[in-house]
Design a protein around this ligand. Structure first.
Ligand SMILES: Nc1ncnc2c1ncn2[C@@H]1O[C@H](COP(=O)(O)OP(=O)(O)OP(=O)(O)O)[C@@H](O)[C@H]1O
Ligand SMILES: [Mg+2]
Length: 232
């Protein structure tokens, strides 16, 4: 266990309420993620775990409550887009990749809007970062492969490499062990433990896999009906 570095909050959520329609999904939820801390969130399907990430990413607006990321409170679109650039997000994989792009390009896209974009080509430093991230996740040998030809576990590694090259200090992982076999899960635990220390990351990981969640987190919270409590 590495544990929080100091007492600075990197994500602070206070009394958050959110819904897609009439039914509330998140109901008065609070979180305080400290710098360097790794928090796990468990809970049944439909509890609101992914919705919580969408609110942190500014993709779903809260109805009530405060969301503060790196001391910036999400109030308007400008704040939300700034916050999105500070976060690395590995989304829940519900379908196998259908993207007709190479592994290299898929990872490079992690820097889109950050160091290059419509009017600026990727720089050598971006290419070096892709190389390093692929090496870190153990996928360098597949850099030219088409994403459609990858296994679920390999796709998960692409998503992780893409999150890594954003150079963000906060990482949100939604079910990162989906599609991974036992060996790959062990590799992921090892990888996350290593990069967490090397890159001084603060992490929130959603997972149904309690044993792996405990290995990569300092604390696990249980989500039930849009509320969080400490896991007993
Ligand atoms: N885009 C959406 N529009 C309307 N309702 C939604 C939408 N996304 C999620 N919901 C609903 O919000 C609730 C919480 O969904 P959410 O995806 O946050 O759950 P989860 O805890 O991540 O579940 P899982 O473990 O299955 O991934 C569910 O009842 C779901 O049906
Ligand atoms: Mg989910």
């Amino acid at each position: 266990m590495i544990g929080p570095r100091n007492n600075m909050s990197v994500i602070r959520i206070e009394d958050l309420w959110s819904s897609y329609g009439r039914e509330p999904v998140l109901q008065g939820l609070s979180i305080d993620l400290k710098e360097g801390q790794s928090l796990g969130i468990a809970g049944p399907n439909g509890a609101g775990k992914t919705t919580l990430f969408k609110v942190i990413l500014g993709l779903v607006k809260p109805q009530r409550g405060r969301v503060i990321v790196l001391e910036c409170e999400l109030k308007n679109e400008k704040d939300r887009s700034w916050v999105r650039r500070q976060l690395a997000y590995v989304p829940q994989q519900s379908v196998r990749g259908k993207l007709p792009v190479s592994v290299w390009d898929a990872v490079l896209m992690g820097r889109w809007g950050k160091t290059f974009g419509f009017l600026k080509m990727p720089q050598n430093s971006d290419k070096a970062a892709v190389h390093q991230a692929l090496e870190e996740v153990g996928l360098l040998h597949k850099l030219k492969a088409d994403c459609r030809a990858l296994s679920g576990g390999e796709l998960q590694k692409v998503a992780l490499a893409r999150a890594l090259i954003r150079g963000a200090s906060i990482m949100l992982l939604d079910e990162p062990t989906t599609y991974l076999d036992h060996r790959s899960k062990e590799d992921l635990v090892e990888l996350l433990t290593r990069i967490r220390e090397e890159r001084k990351l603060s992490l929130i990981t959603i997972s149904h896999d309690p044993s792996h969640l405990e290995q990569i987190t300092d604390e696990v919270l249980q989500m039930e009906n849009g509320r969080l409590r400490e896991k007993i």
